[in-house]
Design a protein around this ligand. Structure first.
Ligand SMILES: Nc1ncnc2c1ncn2[C@@H]1O[C@H](COP(=O)(O)OP(=O)(O)O)[C@@H](O)[C@H]1O
Ligand SMILES: [Mg+2]
Length: 245
């Protein structure tokens, strides 16, 4: 099984951080020790999503520059046992290089069952840093043409970076996405256009938004929970049906 995952998408706002946090929580529910690394330098958000933002003093750039020890940047998530977060640098200019992030992960990964990296939007330097250590790249799309184009760009860039283990997560799916936009006929058309193998479908879920506002992860919503549990199961090699609302 791949141990280091990255969640990416090209376009901003597709739900990368939500997927990274909720998938991390799904692995934690399955009994894994999970390390989430926020790589969205200058735009970090996982600390808010996971309810640790008030306690954050140091971030990953502080460890690399010797300001603090590794244990000072690993924050246990209060709502989910087994889930730990490393916040991204507050300033964009403190972004790590691919090699430095990779060395850092090598130094801590033996203490975790799974490491999930949350990538910034785009296919720039931050993206390259985030994907470099990953053995599995999850690309998040919504059923919208701009989001699908973002995925196509990400897929091409990942191939250039010799990343071949790529899977698609369709997020925020609702039947209305097709009727309202009147662009794609169905889910198959979205998947075909991305040319990425599907690993899971997460429904549009108001409960995710409410959970995030409370600094928690995807609580109380059965369909989204099932979707993330199944993605975690499939990553661990289980044969599970796709969770489509
Ligand atoms: N499955 C979902 N259902 C409803 N809202 C969602 C879902 N996934 C993400 N969102 C919302 O979409 C917005 C963007 O999500 P976020 O994870 O911050 O995206 P990104 O990290 O790609 O920029 C947030 O307001 C989040 O609550
Ligand atoms: Mg994000």
């Amino acid at each position: 099984m791949s141990k280091v995952l990255v969640v990416t998408s090209g376009k901003g706002g597709t739900g990368k951080s939500t997927v990274a946090a909720s998938l991390g929580a799904a692995f934690a529910r399955r009994g894994s020790r999970v390390l989430l690394i926020d790589c969205d330098s200058g735009m970090r958000g996982l600390d808010i999503m996971l309810g640790v933002s008030k306690g954050v003093v140091f971030d990953i750039a502080d460890v690399v520059s010797g300001n603090c020890k590794t244990e000072h940047i690993i924050y246990p998530c209060p709502h989910t046992q087994g889930l730990f977060l490393i916040p991204a640098p507050q300033k964009a200019e403190d972004e790590l290089s691919p090699e430095v992030l990779s060395q850092f992960i090598e130094s801590v990964e033996s203490q975790y069952d799974i490491v999930i990296i949350d990538s910034p939007a785009g296919v720039g330097k931050g993206f390259e840093t985030a994907v470099y250590p990953a053995q599995l790249c999850l690309v998040v799309a919504n059923a919208e043409p701009t989001s699908v184009r973002g995925c196509v760009n990400v897929r091409k860039r990942l191939k250039e970076l010799n990343k071949d283990n790529i899977r698609l997560v369709i997020n925020r799916l609702s039947k209305r996405s097709f009727f309202k936009l009147n662009f794609y006929r169905d889910l198959d058309e979205v998947i075909d256009e991305t040319q990425i193998q599907l690993i899971g479908v997460v429904p549009e879920s108001p409960q995710i938004v409410a959970a995030v506002q409370k600094g928690a992860v995807c609580t109380g919503d059965s369909k989204a929970l099932v979707a993330f549990d199944r993605i975690a199961g499939r990553i661990e090699g289980e044969k599970l049906p796709l969770a489509v609302s």
